[in-house]
Design a protein around this ligand. Structure first.
Ligand code: 3MF
Ligand code: MG
Length: 344
């Protein structure tokens, strides 16, 4: 069954282990070396922030950026890899301190617009039609600091600008309710899809659902996926896991709650996710305690767990499930699923 799904991750998923309270604990692996690891780990797609592809891009001209991105494209070709998406990194520059598209300062909003245009140029050079928007700082620390109606208008304006800049591009909004902000304006998949309806071409705005982000919003990731699938809006996923309501942990897929992961694998498989070219994307972090030589296990493990859960979804006794649903015997259905997950 492996091989029906294509998997992707971003170079930031192989990392040095720094956290807000302590420095790096592993040496950096250079980008070219990371790319060589993809195939070995069972991955075909690379997720990019714009500056993962073109580091230091704010210091370069538009032409230089395109030239560098084309070089990356040829490295991808050599490795047999493709770019799944490009995401503008709109949360590190000083001009994005108070948000990017929703900043109260018009010159900062203009920076975000220009930076996004460069992201779109990179997408074009890397031959991907998908942009992911994690709207990291589009929210507030303080309720009264921004006007939430105006903020949504401004995000719509930014999306329309993207749609107009490249008529082939599609945008997958990666909703997240908090962190780094207290509250964001687009916290859930429902918000992302509703936002798309306000845009000039709603058919080109969809969602990238991250398991941990849904959990942080108090929602079930597989239900979020079902909602997006019903709207034909599931453009990508960021599978991972999360142990309750705390900082965004990006744990190995299925490592906290196997049943919750089972239901994500099940719904993706059931509705042929991937048939339209979508990748099974991961967004996972290795534990800080992990040594350098074994700091990619979270990636291969997440992939293996996903595939194993797809097998379990397929081997579930569907007639028995239907029977128990018909009898409304959900206690027995509960046991059936638990036994199935326990290998009985
Ligand atoms: C934050 C995230 C981000 C996004 C990435 C791509 C660093 O919680 O999940 O990962 O996935 O920026 O948009
Ligand atoms: Mg993510």
């Amino acid at each position: 069954m492996a091989g029906e799904f294509r998997f992707s991750f971003g170079p930031w998923n192989i990392h040095e282990g720094a956290d807000p309270f302590g420095p790096a604990v592993r040496d950096s692996i250079e980008f070219g070396k990371k790319l060589k690891m993809y195939k070995q780990l069972g991955f075909d797609g690379v997720q990019f922030h714009d500056d993962d592809a073109v580091p230091g891009m704010n210091e370069l001209s538009g032409e230089q950026i395109i030239k560098k991105a084309k070089q990356v494209h040829s490295i991808l070709d050599d490795e047999g890899l493709v770019a799944e998406f490009i995401a503008p990194r709109l949360w590190e520059d000083a001009r994005t301190i108070d948000g990017a598209y929703t900043s109260n300062d018009p010159s900062c909003r203009e920076y975000a617009r220009q930076r996004t245009h460069r992201t779109l140029d990179i997408a074009n050079a890397l031959d991907t039609k998908l942009v992911v928007l994690w709207l990291a700082r589009e929210g507030t620390y303080l309720r009264e600091a921004k006007d939430s109606k105006v903020a949504v208008d401004r995000i719509v304006e930014a999306l329309n600008d993207i749609l107009a800049y490249n008529p082939e591009i599609k945008v997958a909004i990666e909703a997240k309710p908090n962190e780094p902000m207290d509250h964001t304006y687009i916290p859930t998949t429902g918000h992302a899809i509703a936002l798309g309806l306000l845009c000039d071409d709603p058919s080109r705005i969809g969602a990238n659902i991250e398991s941990a982000h849904a959990i942080l919003a108090g929602l079930d990731p597989s239900d979020e996926m079902g909602f997006a699938l019903a709207h034909k809006k599931l453009f990508s996923v960021h599978l991972n896991d999360q142990n309750g309501l705390k900082f965004d942990e990006d744990k190995t897929f299925g490592a906290v709650d196997l049943r919750r992961a089972f239901n994500q694998a099940r719904i993706l498989d059931q509705y042929d996710y991937g048939r339209g070219g979508e990748f099974v994307g991961l967004d996972v972090k290795a534990m800080r305690t992990q040594k350098l030589e074994v700091s990619t296990k979270h990636l291969s493990n997440s992939r293996a767990i996903f595939l194993r859960l797809v097998e379990l979804a397929r081997s579930l006794d569907k007639n028995r499930v239907e029977e128990l649903i018909g009898q409304r015997d959900y206690e027995e259905l509960d046991m059936l699923i638990i036994n199935h997950l326990m290998g009985k």
